[in-house]
Design a protein around this ligand. Structure first.
Ligand code: GDP
Ligand code: GDP
Length: 434
Protein backbone atom coordinates (compact mmCIF):
# COMPACT_ATOMS: atom_id res chain seq x y z
CA UNK A 1 0.00 0.00 0.00
CA UNK A 2 1.42 3.29 -0.95
CA UNK A 3 1.23 6.59 0.82
CA UNK A 4 -1.40 9.07 -0.18
CA UNK A 5 -0.61 12.72 -0.71
CA UNK A 6 -3.56 15.04 -1.09
CA UNK A 7 -3.34 18.35 -2.91
CA UNK A 8 -5.67 20.97 -1.48
CA UNK A 9 -6.27 24.62 -2.15
CA UNK A 10 -8.83 26.94 -3.63
CA UNK A 11 -9.68 26.84 -7.32
CA UNK A 12 -7.18 28.18 -9.88
CA UNK A 13 -4.11 28.11 -7.71
CA UNK A 14 -2.67 25.44 -10.00
CA UNK A 15 -3.56 22.17 -8.33
CA UNK A 16 -4.19 20.24 -11.50
CA UNK A 17 -1.13 21.69 -13.19
CA UNK A 18 0.93 20.60 -10.20
CA UNK A 19 -0.74 17.22 -10.16
CA UNK A 20 -0.05 16.62 -13.81
CA UNK A 21 3.59 17.52 -13.42
CA UNK A 22 3.95 15.12 -10.51
CA UNK A 23 2.46 12.10 -12.20
CA UNK A 24 3.53 12.78 -15.76
CA UNK A 25 6.44 10.50 -16.40
CA UNK A 26 5.08 7.43 -14.74
CA UNK A 27 1.52 7.68 -15.84
CA UNK A 28 2.51 8.28 -19.44
CA UNK A 29 4.16 4.87 -19.44
CA UNK A 30 1.18 3.18 -17.87
CA UNK A 31 -1.20 4.84 -20.31
CA UNK A 32 0.81 3.67 -23.26
CA UNK A 33 0.84 0.11 -22.00
CA UNK A 34 -2.74 -0.30 -20.99
CA UNK A 35 -4.45 2.07 -23.36
CA UNK A 36 -6.61 3.09 -20.44
CA UNK A 37 -7.45 6.70 -19.95
CA UNK A 38 -6.24 7.54 -16.53
CA UNK A 39 -8.15 9.38 -13.93
CA UNK A 40 -7.15 12.99 -14.11
CA UNK A 41 -7.23 13.50 -10.40
CA UNK A 42 -5.65 10.39 -9.03
CA UNK A 43 -2.25 9.04 -9.93
CA UNK A 44 0.97 7.50 -8.77
CA UNK A 45 4.19 9.35 -8.42
CA UNK A 46 7.69 8.49 -7.31
CA UNK A 47 10.66 10.39 -5.99
CA UNK A 48 14.00 9.08 -4.70
CA UNK A 49 12.64 5.56 -5.01
CA UNK A 50 9.64 6.21 -2.85
CA UNK A 51 6.25 5.76 -4.40
CA UNK A 52 3.13 7.59 -3.41
CA UNK A 53 -0.38 8.20 -4.67
CA UNK A 54 -1.42 11.72 -5.39
CA UNK A 55 -4.95 13.00 -5.19
CA UNK A 56 -5.99 16.31 -6.62
CA UNK A 57 -8.94 17.08 -4.39
CA UNK A 58 -9.86 19.99 -6.61
CA UNK A 59 -11.11 17.56 -9.18
CA UNK A 60 -13.89 16.58 -6.84
CA UNK A 61 -15.09 20.01 -5.95
CA UNK A 62 -18.02 21.40 -7.83
CA UNK A 63 -16.80 24.39 -9.68
CA UNK A 64 -19.55 26.86 -9.05
CA UNK A 65 -19.00 30.00 -7.07
CA UNK A 66 -21.38 29.65 -4.17
CA UNK A 67 -20.53 26.16 -2.96
CA UNK A 68 -16.82 26.81 -2.73
CA UNK A 69 -15.92 27.21 0.87
CA UNK A 70 -18.13 24.48 2.13
CA UNK A 71 -16.95 22.04 -0.51
CA UNK A 72 -13.31 22.90 0.00
CA UNK A 73 -13.64 22.50 3.73
CA UNK A 74 -15.09 19.05 3.22
CA UNK A 75 -12.23 18.06 0.98
CA UNK A 76 -9.70 19.38 3.43
CA UNK A 77 -11.31 17.41 6.24
CA UNK A 78 -11.22 14.38 4.05
CA UNK A 79 -7.59 14.94 3.17
CA UNK A 80 -6.68 15.33 6.82
CA UNK A 81 -8.40 12.11 7.65
CA UNK A 82 -7.29 10.00 4.73
CA UNK A 83 -4.00 11.26 3.43
CA UNK A 84 -0.54 10.65 4.79
CA UNK A 85 0.63 14.12 3.84
CA UNK A 86 -1.04 17.25 2.51
CA UNK A 87 0.21 19.71 -0.05
CA UNK A 88 -1.53 23.03 0.41
CA UNK A 89 -1.22 25.13 -2.71
CA UNK A 90 -1.57 28.91 -2.74
CA UNK A 91 -1.12 31.41 -5.56
CA UNK A 92 1.50 34.14 -5.36
CA UNK A 93 -0.17 36.13 -8.11
CA UNK A 94 -3.45 36.43 -6.24
CA UNK A 95 -1.75 36.76 -2.91
CA UNK A 96 -3.21 35.71 0.41
CA UNK A 97 -6.98 35.33 0.37
CA UNK A 98 -9.62 34.75 3.03
CA UNK A 99 -10.21 31.32 1.58
CA UNK A 100 -6.55 30.42 2.06
CA UNK A 101 -6.83 31.49 5.66
CA UNK A 102 -9.82 29.25 6.12
CA UNK A 103 -8.04 26.23 4.76
CA UNK A 104 -4.94 27.02 6.79
CA UNK A 105 -7.01 27.11 9.93
CA UNK A 106 -8.25 23.59 9.31
CA UNK A 107 -4.79 22.36 8.42
CA UNK A 108 -3.15 23.79 11.50
CA UNK A 109 -5.17 21.35 13.55
CA UNK A 110 -4.07 18.37 11.50
CA UNK A 111 -1.49 15.99 12.83
CA UNK A 112 -0.47 14.99 9.32
CA UNK A 113 2.51 16.65 7.66
CA UNK A 114 1.39 19.76 5.78
CA UNK A 115 3.44 21.38 3.03
CA UNK A 116 2.58 24.95 2.24
CA UNK A 117 3.45 25.48 -1.39
CA UNK A 118 3.41 28.89 -3.02
CA UNK A 119 2.76 28.37 -6.70
CA UNK A 120 3.32 30.52 -9.76
CA UNK A 121 6.66 31.72 -8.50
CA UNK A 122 7.83 31.67 -12.10
CA UNK A 123 10.71 34.03 -11.61
CA UNK A 124 12.80 35.47 -8.83
CA UNK A 125 10.81 38.66 -8.81
CA UNK A 126 7.86 36.78 -7.24
CA UNK A 127 9.93 35.51 -4.32
CA UNK A 128 9.50 38.65 -2.31
CA UNK A 129 5.71 38.53 -2.70
CA UNK A 130 5.54 35.01 -1.32
CA UNK A 131 6.58 36.20 2.13
CA UNK A 132 3.07 37.20 3.04
CA UNK A 133 2.10 33.52 3.29
CA UNK A 134 4.01 33.28 6.55
CA UNK A 135 0.88 34.85 7.98
CA UNK A 136 -0.93 31.54 7.49
CA UNK A 137 0.87 30.20 10.53
CA UNK A 138 2.06 27.04 8.82
CA UNK A 139 5.74 27.83 9.07
CA UNK A 140 8.19 27.44 6.19
CA UNK A 141 6.85 27.24 2.68
CA UNK A 142 8.09 26.15 -0.71
CA UNK A 143 8.21 28.38 -3.74
CA UNK A 144 7.44 26.55 -6.92
CA UNK A 145 6.26 27.03 -10.45
CA UNK A 146 4.00 24.18 -11.42
CA UNK A 147 4.23 25.33 -15.01
CA UNK A 148 8.00 25.25 -15.40
CA UNK A 149 8.80 22.85 -12.58
CA UNK A 150 11.15 25.06 -10.63
CA UNK A 151 11.27 24.39 -6.91
CA UNK A 152 9.45 21.07 -7.14
CA UNK A 153 12.57 18.99 -6.50
CA UNK A 154 13.20 20.55 -3.14
CA UNK A 155 9.56 20.10 -2.20
CA UNK A 156 9.59 16.44 -3.22
CA UNK A 157 12.80 15.77 -1.27
CA UNK A 158 11.12 16.88 1.92
CA UNK A 159 7.76 15.41 1.06
CA UNK A 160 8.93 11.83 0.61
CA UNK A 161 11.04 12.13 3.75
CA UNK A 162 7.91 12.94 5.70
CA UNK A 163 5.95 9.96 4.42
CA UNK A 164 5.67 7.09 6.85
CA UNK A 165 7.22 3.76 5.92
CA UNK A 166 4.56 1.38 4.77
CA UNK A 167 5.34 -2.27 4.93
CA UNK A 168 3.86 -4.84 2.62
CA UNK A 169 2.54 -6.69 5.59
CA UNK A 170 0.31 -3.74 6.24
CA UNK A 171 -1.54 -4.46 3.09
CA UNK A 172 -1.43 -8.07 2.05
CA UNK A 173 -1.98 -9.58 5.44
CA UNK A 174 -5.16 -7.60 5.87
CA UNK A 175 -8.38 -9.57 5.81
CA UNK A 176 -10.29 -8.94 2.63
CA UNK A 177 -14.03 -8.62 3.01
CA UNK A 178 -16.28 -8.46 0.01
CA UNK A 179 -19.86 -7.28 -0.06
CA UNK A 180 -21.85 -9.35 -2.52
CA UNK A 181 -25.50 -9.72 -3.38
CA UNK A 182 -28.09 -9.02 -6.00
CA UNK A 183 -28.56 -5.55 -7.42
CA UNK A 184 -30.58 -3.41 -5.01
CA UNK A 185 -29.87 -5.55 -1.99
CA UNK A 186 -28.26 -2.49 -0.43
CA UNK A 187 -24.57 -3.09 -1.06
CA UNK A 188 -23.62 0.50 -1.82
CA UNK A 189 -25.76 1.77 1.01
CA UNK A 190 -24.03 -0.67 3.32
CA UNK A 191 -20.59 0.40 2.21
CA UNK A 192 -21.52 4.04 2.43
CA UNK A 193 -22.83 3.51 5.91
CA UNK A 194 -19.51 2.00 6.85
CA UNK A 195 -17.24 4.44 5.15
CA UNK A 196 -19.32 7.56 4.93
CA UNK A 197 -20.15 9.43 1.77
CA UNK A 198 -17.11 11.62 1.53
CA UNK A 199 -14.53 9.01 2.17
CA UNK A 200 -16.27 6.85 -0.32
CA UNK A 201 -15.43 9.33 -3.04
CA UNK A 202 -11.73 9.02 -2.48
CA UNK A 203 -12.09 5.27 -2.45
CA UNK A 204 -14.01 5.24 -5.65
CA UNK A 205 -11.33 7.30 -7.26
CA UNK A 206 -8.52 5.23 -5.89
CA UNK A 207 -10.01 2.14 -7.39
CA UNK A 208 -10.39 3.29 -10.95
CA UNK A 209 -7.12 1.78 -12.04
CA UNK A 210 -7.91 -1.58 -10.52
CA UNK A 211 -10.48 -4.26 -10.88
CA UNK A 212 -12.04 -4.06 -7.51
CA UNK A 213 -12.44 -1.08 -5.32
CA UNK A 214 -10.51 -1.78 -2.17
CA UNK A 215 -10.61 0.37 0.87
CA UNK A 216 -8.29 -0.13 3.73
CA UNK A 217 -10.87 0.10 6.39
CA UNK A 218 -10.40 0.61 10.05
CA UNK A 219 -13.30 1.02 12.32
CA UNK A 220 -14.68 -0.36 15.53
CA UNK A 221 -11.12 -1.47 16.24
CA UNK A 222 -10.93 -3.79 13.26
CA UNK A 223 -8.51 -3.52 10.42
CA UNK A 224 -9.46 -4.93 7.04
CA UNK A 225 -9.93 -4.28 3.38
CA UNK A 226 -13.36 -3.78 2.03
CA UNK A 227 -13.94 -4.82 -1.54
CA UNK A 228 -16.84 -3.08 -3.17
CA UNK A 229 -18.57 -4.71 -6.10
CA UNK A 230 -21.44 -2.24 -6.26
CA UNK A 231 -19.16 0.71 -6.83
CA UNK A 232 -17.53 -0.89 -9.82
CA UNK A 233 -20.84 -1.42 -11.47
CA UNK A 234 -21.88 2.14 -10.95
CA UNK A 235 -18.56 3.39 -12.14
CA UNK A 236 -18.85 1.46 -15.35
CA UNK A 237 -22.34 2.84 -15.84
CA UNK A 238 -23.57 -0.49 -16.97
CA UNK A 239 -27.28 -0.30 -17.31
CA UNK A 240 -28.14 -3.29 -19.38
CA UNK A 241 -27.79 -6.80 -18.22
CA UNK A 242 -27.24 -5.72 -14.69
CA UNK A 243 -27.79 -9.09 -13.14
CA UNK A 244 -25.28 -10.79 -15.35
CA UNK A 245 -22.80 -8.04 -14.85
CA UNK A 246 -23.09 -8.12 -11.12
CA UNK A 247 -22.64 -11.86 -11.07
CA UNK A 248 -19.52 -11.56 -13.21
CA UNK A 249 -18.17 -8.96 -10.91
CA UNK A 250 -19.08 -10.98 -7.89
CA UNK A 251 -17.09 -13.93 -9.17
CA UNK A 252 -13.93 -11.93 -9.48
CA UNK A 253 -14.41 -10.16 -6.22
CA UNK A 254 -15.20 -13.39 -4.39
CA UNK A 255 -12.07 -15.03 -5.69
CA UNK A 256 -9.87 -12.39 -4.19
CA UNK A 257 -11.53 -12.21 -0.81
CA UNK A 258 -11.33 -14.00 2.50
CA UNK A 259 -14.84 -13.40 3.75
CA UNK A 260 -17.94 -12.55 1.77
CA UNK A 261 -20.79 -10.62 3.28
CA UNK A 262 -23.81 -11.76 1.32
CA UNK A 263 -26.48 -9.10 1.43
CA UNK A 264 -30.03 -10.36 1.03
CA UNK A 265 -33.05 -8.14 0.52
CA UNK A 266 -35.44 -9.27 3.25
CA UNK A 267 -38.43 -8.46 1.09
CA UNK A 268 -37.26 -10.51 -1.84
CA UNK A 269 -36.00 -13.40 0.20
CA UNK A 270 -33.27 -15.88 -0.54
CA UNK A 271 -34.09 -16.55 -4.17
CA UNK A 272 -32.29 -18.47 -6.89
CA UNK A 273 -29.89 -15.66 -7.73
CA UNK A 274 -28.86 -15.28 -4.12
CA UNK A 275 -28.43 -19.03 -3.95
CA UNK A 276 -26.06 -18.86 -6.91
CA UNK A 277 -23.91 -16.30 -5.21
CA UNK A 278 -23.91 -18.39 -2.06
CA UNK A 279 -22.67 -21.44 -3.99
CA UNK A 280 -20.00 -19.34 -5.64
CA UNK A 281 -18.69 -18.37 -2.25
CA UNK A 282 -18.78 -21.97 -1.05
CA UNK A 283 -17.09 -23.30 -4.15
CA UNK A 284 -14.31 -20.81 -3.69
CA UNK A 285 -13.96 -21.92 -0.08
CA UNK A 286 -14.44 -18.45 1.27
CA UNK A 287 -15.85 -17.47 4.60
CA UNK A 288 -19.43 -16.23 4.56
CA UNK A 289 -21.80 -14.11 6.60
CA UNK A 290 -25.37 -13.75 5.46
CA UNK A 291 -26.77 -10.30 6.13
CA UNK A 292 -30.51 -10.02 5.82
CA UNK A 293 -30.95 -6.36 4.97
CA UNK A 294 -33.95 -4.01 4.96
CA UNK A 295 -35.18 -5.69 8.09
CA UNK A 296 -36.93 -2.40 8.88
CA UNK A 297 -39.40 -3.14 6.07
CA UNK A 298 -40.47 -6.48 7.47
CA UNK A 299 -43.55 -6.67 9.65
CA UNK A 300 -42.31 -8.36 12.74
CA UNK A 301 -44.20 -11.15 14.33
CA UNK A 302 -43.00 -13.39 17.08
CA UNK A 303 -41.27 -15.82 14.80
CA UNK A 304 -40.00 -13.57 12.02
CA UNK A 305 -36.31 -14.08 12.68
CA UNK A 306 -36.70 -17.79 13.31
CA UNK A 307 -38.81 -18.29 10.20
CA UNK A 308 -36.47 -16.33 7.99
CA UNK A 309 -33.52 -18.29 9.29
CA UNK A 310 -35.31 -21.54 8.54
CA UNK A 311 -36.10 -20.27 5.05
CA UNK A 312 -32.41 -19.55 4.42
CA UNK A 313 -31.12 -22.76 5.97
CA UNK A 314 -33.49 -24.71 3.77
CA UNK A 315 -32.09 -22.95 0.71
CA UNK A 316 -28.49 -23.57 1.59
CA UNK A 317 -28.74 -27.22 2.60
CA UNK A 318 -26.65 -29.09 3.58
CA UNK A 319 -24.89 -26.10 5.10
CA UNK A 320 -26.01 -25.20 8.57
CA UNK A 321 -23.07 -23.57 10.27
CA UNK A 322 -23.49 -20.15 8.64
CA UNK A 323 -23.97 -16.94 10.60
CA UNK A 324 -27.05 -14.90 9.72
CA UNK A 325 -27.39 -11.32 10.92
CA UNK A 326 -30.52 -9.23 10.48
CA UNK A 327 -29.65 -5.67 9.63
CA UNK A 328 -31.07 -2.41 8.44
CA UNK A 329 -28.57 -0.28 6.65
CA UNK A 330 -31.01 2.61 6.56
CA UNK A 331 -31.45 2.56 10.32
CA UNK A 332 -27.82 1.63 10.86
CA UNK A 333 -29.05 -1.36 12.79
CA UNK A 334 -26.56 -4.11 13.69
CA UNK A 335 -23.98 -2.88 11.22
CA UNK A 336 -21.33 -3.25 13.86
CA UNK A 337 -22.55 -6.76 14.54
CA UNK A 338 -22.20 -7.54 10.83
CA UNK A 339 -18.57 -6.47 10.79
CA UNK A 340 -17.82 -8.18 14.05
CA UNK A 341 -19.26 -11.41 12.68
CA UNK A 342 -17.20 -11.10 9.50
CA UNK A 343 -14.09 -10.69 11.61
CA UNK A 344 -15.00 -13.80 13.61
CA UNK A 345 -15.50 -15.76 10.42
CA UNK A 346 -12.13 -14.55 9.20
CA UNK A 347 -10.54 -15.75 12.41
CA UNK A 348 -12.28 -19.09 12.10
CA UNK A 349 -10.99 -19.48 8.59
CA UNK A 350 -7.40 -18.93 9.67
CA UNK A 351 -7.76 -21.10 12.75
CA UNK A 352 -5.25 -23.91 13.33
CA UNK A 353 -6.15 -26.68 15.74
CA UNK A 354 -3.19 -28.45 17.29
CA UNK A 355 -2.91 -32.10 16.28
CA UNK A 356 -2.81 -33.20 19.90
CA UNK A 357 -6.02 -31.37 20.72
CA UNK A 358 -7.74 -32.58 17.59
CA UNK A 359 -6.96 -36.22 18.38
CA UNK A 360 -7.88 -35.90 22.03
CA UNK A 361 -11.30 -34.64 21.05
CA UNK A 362 -12.09 -36.65 17.92
CA UNK A 363 -10.60 -40.10 18.49
CA UNK A 364 -12.93 -40.94 21.39
CA UNK A 365 -15.92 -39.86 19.29
CA UNK A 366 -14.74 -42.00 16.39
CA UNK A 367 -14.23 -44.92 18.71
CA UNK A 368 -17.78 -44.59 19.89
CA UNK A 369 -19.21 -44.16 16.39
CA UNK A 370 -16.74 -45.87 14.05
CA UNK A 371 -17.14 -45.84 10.28
CA UNK A 372 -19.44 -48.64 9.14
CA UNK A 373 -17.68 -51.81 8.05
CA UNK A 374 -17.61 -52.48 4.32
CA UNK A 375 -17.67 -56.08 3.11
CA UNK A 376 -16.71 -57.23 6.54
CA UNK A 377 -13.73 -54.94 6.67
CA UNK A 378 -13.26 -52.48 9.48
CA UNK A 379 -11.88 -49.04 8.92
CA UNK A 380 -9.57 -47.82 11.62
CA UNK A 381 -8.85 -44.10 11.88
CA UNK A 382 -5.49 -43.68 13.57
CA UNK A 383 -4.93 -39.98 13.79
CA UNK A 384 -6.10 -36.64 12.47
CA UNK A 385 -4.25 -33.51 11.56
CA UNK A 386 -5.17 -30.10 10.17
CA UNK A 387 -3.29 -29.28 7.00
CA UNK A 388 -1.37 -26.01 6.74
CA UNK A 389 -3.67 -24.54 4.11
CA UNK A 390 -5.49 -21.22 3.65
CA UNK A 391 -8.82 -22.61 4.67
CA UNK A 392 -9.48 -25.47 7.08
CA UNK A 393 -8.67 -28.91 5.72
CA UNK A 394 -8.36 -32.01 7.82
CA UNK A 395 -6.63 -35.25 7.00
CA UNK A 396 -7.84 -38.45 8.65
CA UNK A 397 -5.20 -41.17 8.45
CA UNK A 398 -6.61 -44.67 8.28
CA UNK A 399 -6.04 -48.15 6.92
CA UNK A 400 -8.77 -48.16 4.24
CA UNK A 401 -9.47 -44.57 3.15
CA UNK A 402 -11.49 -45.61 0.10
CA UNK A 403 -14.14 -47.21 2.32
CA UNK A 404 -15.17 -44.02 4.01
CA UNK A 405 -18.21 -42.54 2.31
CA UNK A 406 -19.68 -39.05 2.28
CA UNK A 407 -22.20 -39.50 5.09
CA UNK A 408 -19.46 -40.46 7.50
CA UNK A 409 -17.32 -37.58 6.28
CA UNK A 410 -20.23 -35.28 7.04
CA UNK A 411 -20.46 -36.81 10.46
CA UNK A 412 -16.79 -36.05 11.03
CA UNK A 413 -17.23 -32.51 9.79
CA UNK A 414 -20.11 -31.97 12.16
CA UNK A 415 -18.09 -33.30 15.06
CA UNK A 416 -15.32 -30.86 14.21
CA UNK A 417 -17.84 -28.03 14.06
CA UNK A 418 -19.40 -29.08 17.36
CA UNK A 419 -16.08 -28.99 19.14
CA UNK A 420 -14.29 -26.12 17.45
CA UNK A 421 -15.77 -22.92 16.13
CA UNK A 422 -15.68 -22.91 12.34
CA UNK A 423 -18.84 -20.94 11.83
CA UNK A 424 -19.14 -19.47 8.36
CA UNK A 425 -16.20 -21.41 7.00
CA UNK A 426 -16.12 -24.37 4.61
CA UNK A 427 -14.18 -27.38 5.84
CA UNK A 428 -12.59 -30.11 3.72
CA UNK A 429 -12.19 -33.64 5.00
CA UNK A 430 -9.65 -35.97 3.43
CA UNK A 431 -9.02 -39.62 4.09
CA UNK A 432 -5.42 -40.63 3.79
CA UNK A 433 -3.78 -44.03 3.80
CA UNK A 434 -1.63 -44.86 6.78
P1 GDP B 1 -6.66 24.34 -10.10
O1 GDP B 1 -8.02 24.90 -10.30
O2 GDP B 1 -6.12 24.64 -8.75
O3 GDP B 1 -6.52 22.91 -10.47
O4 GDP B 1 -5.67 25.18 -11.08
P2 GDP B 1 -5.13 24.84 -12.54
O5 GDP B 1 -4.02 23.85 -12.45
O6 GDP B 1 -6.27 24.55 -13.43
O7 GDP B 1 -4.47 26.23 -12.89
C1 GDP B 1 -5.20 27.43 -12.95
C2 GDP B 1 -4.48 28.39 -13.87
O8 GDP B 1 -3.21 28.73 -13.33
C3 GDP B 1 -4.22 27.82 -15.24
O9 GDP B 1 -4.42 28.81 -16.20
C4 GDP B 1 -2.75 27.42 -15.18
O10 GDP B 1 -2.13 27.47 -16.44
C5 GDP B 1 -2.19 28.48 -14.28
N1 GDP B 1 -0.97 28.02 -13.59
C6 GDP B 1 -0.79 26.86 -12.90
N2 GDP B 1 0.46 26.80 -12.42
C7 GDP B 1 1.08 27.92 -12.79
C8 GDP B 1 2.41 28.45 -12.60
O11 GDP B 1 3.29 27.83 -11.97
N3 GDP B 1 2.68 29.68 -13.12
C9 GDP B 1 1.76 30.38 -13.83
N4 GDP B 1 2.13 31.53 -14.31
N5 GDP B 1 0.52 29.92 -14.04
C10 GDP B 1 0.17 28.70 -13.53
P1 GDP C 1 -27.01 -2.16 -4.37
O1 GDP C 1 -27.49 -2.21 -5.76
O2 GDP C 1 -26.92 -3.53 -3.77
O3 GDP C 1 -25.76 -1.39 -4.17
O4 GDP C 1 -28.17 -1.44 -3.52
P2 GDP C 1 -28.32 0.07 -3.01
O5 GDP C 1 -27.37 0.30 -1.88
O6 GDP C 1 -28.21 0.97 -4.18
O7 GDP C 1 -29.77 0.05 -2.40
C1 GDP C 1 -30.92 -0.17 -3.19
C2 GDP C 1 -32.09 0.50 -2.55
O8 GDP C 1 -32.42 -0.10 -1.31
C3 GDP C 1 -31.86 1.97 -2.26
O9 GDP C 1 -33.03 2.66 -2.58
C4 GDP C 1 -31.60 1.99 -0.76
O10 GDP C 1 -31.97 3.21 -0.17
C5 GDP C 1 -32.49 0.87 -0.27
N1 GDP C 1 -31.99 0.29 0.98
C6 GDP C 1 -30.75 -0.15 1.26
N2 GDP C 1 -30.68 -0.61 2.52
C7 GDP C 1 -31.90 -0.47 3.06
C8 GDP C 1 -32.47 -0.77 4.36
O11 GDP C 1 -31.83 -1.25 5.28
N3 GDP C 1 -33.79 -0.47 4.51
C9 GDP C 1 -34.55 0.07 3.53
N4 GDP C 1 -35.80 0.34 3.79
N5 GDP C 1 -34.04 0.37 2.32
C10 GDP C 1 -32.75 0.11 2.08
Amino acid sequence: MSNIVAVVGRPNVGKSTFFNRMIQRREAIIDAESGVTRDRHYGKSEWNGKEFSLIDTGGYVENSDDVFQNEIDKQVHLAIEEADAIVFLVDVKDGLTAMDEDVAQLLRRSKKPVFLVVNKVDSSKNIQDAMEFYALGLGEYYNISAINGSGTGELLDDLVKALPEKTLKNDESLPKFTVVGRPNAGKSSFINALIGEKRYIVTDVAGTTRDAIDTHYNRFGFDFKLVDTAGIRRKAKVKENLEFYSVMRSVRAIESSDVCMLLVDAQRGFDGQVQNIFWLVQRNKKGIVILVNKWDLVEKETNSVKDFKAHILHKIEPFTDVPIVFISVVNKQRIFKAIETAVEVYQNRSKRIKTRKLNDVLLPVIQKFPPPAVKGKYVKIKFITQLPTHHPQFAFFCNLPQYIKDPYKRFLENKIRENFDFKGVPIDIYMRKK
